[in-house]
Design a protein around this ligand. Structure first.
Ligand code: PLP
Length: 284
């Protein structure tokens, strides 16, 4: 099968699977999720994604339905059933099944898992961005299912022929609708601190490690929209894209002033991905 769905012990073709109406994910979005890229049946940076998933669940007091090791084993078993060799693994826990009531029902979470084909990202392609006021809540460090502002912002970006929307709170750039946003200026990598206003992206962590390895100085501090427009390069990172360069923001040319430094960073993170997964071809 090309795409698989799993729910609380049952699995099948993704598009044939159903969930109960009383799953709290449906009417409250009461759950957490994580997602990772799989190539050649290897789930890249799985431990980091599982750790973040358990942290998110803990912060929302969602009772795990299994241990970290059990979840990893399940994901690795399920991936064997999928034919495609380049996939996105997605998993979520919702706070159980019960008639709608704000207070928590007793018992463990419902586990939902999907695998769907995605191409390996061309890390060297340039993308266009729009900017968008960040109207989200103050718990963006928790990977919850509540993504309405992110969904709307991503749609606005798509309608304008752009790949991502960059959120800002007033003058301060926070992150993308489904990515982290960083700038290179004067040889320094600048990124919003991993506080409650952004998700601590795993691709972001790998870019920080790459900076350390390459001797690129890092400043984890808030930066402004003016700094974004004036950056030597802008980088947008996520699990599926790793770290893309940017050519325009709000229809104005942006970045493109430190191509060698950008490529050095991209070579490092893409090289790590290829080494871990055995991915050999050029990116699609
Ligand atoms: N920020 C938001 C809001 C996201 O949804 C994502 C990814 O889904 C990221 C940042 C990047 O996180 P990661 O690098 O772990 O994919």
């Amino acid at each position: 099968m090309d795409a698989l769905g799993y729910y609380n012990g049952k699995w099948g073709l993704l598009d044939d699977m159903t969930v109960p109406m009383n799953d709290r994910g449906l009417y409250f979005g009461d759950g957490v999720y994580d997602a990772a890229v799989c190539v050649n049946r290897i789930i890249f940076t799985l431990d980091e994604h599982i750790d973040r998933f358990f942290t998110s669940a803990g912060l929302l007091e969602i009772e795990p339905s299994c241990s970290k090791e059990e979840l990893k084993t399940l994901l690795r078993d399920l991936i064997q059933k999928v034919d495609n060799h380049s996939l996105l693994a997605y998993w979520q826990w919702t706070r159980g099944t019960s008639r709608r009531d704000h207070t928590f029902p007793p018992g463990p979470a419902n586990l939902l898992i999907t695998f769907k084909p995605i191409p390996v990202s061309d890390i060297y392609r340039k993308i266009k961005l729009i900017t968008c006021e960040d109207t989200r809540f103050l718990h963006c460090n928790i990977k919850t299912l509540n993504l309405i502002p992110n969904v709307l912002a991503a749609q606005r970006a798509k309608e304008q022929g752009c790949k991502e929307a960059v959120f800002h709170r007033g003058e301060i750039v926070t992150e993308g609708a489904h990515s982290n946003v960083h700038i290179l200026k004067g040889g320094v990598f600048i990124t919003h601190p991993a506080d409650n206003l952004i998700l601590r992206g795993i691709a972001r962590s790998h870019l920080l490690t790459a900076c350390k390895k390459l001797g690129i100085p890092v400043e984890e501090r808030p930066f402004t929209l003016a700094e974004l427009f004036d950056a030597d390069e802008i980088l947008v990172s996520s699990t599926s894209t790793m770290g893309l360069g940017v050519e325009a923001v709000d229809n104005k040319p942006a970045g493109g002033k430190a191509p060698e430094l950008l490529k050095k960073l991209q070579d490092e993170v893409f090289g790590e991905f290829c080494a871990a997964t055995g991915w050999k071809s050029d990116p699609l």
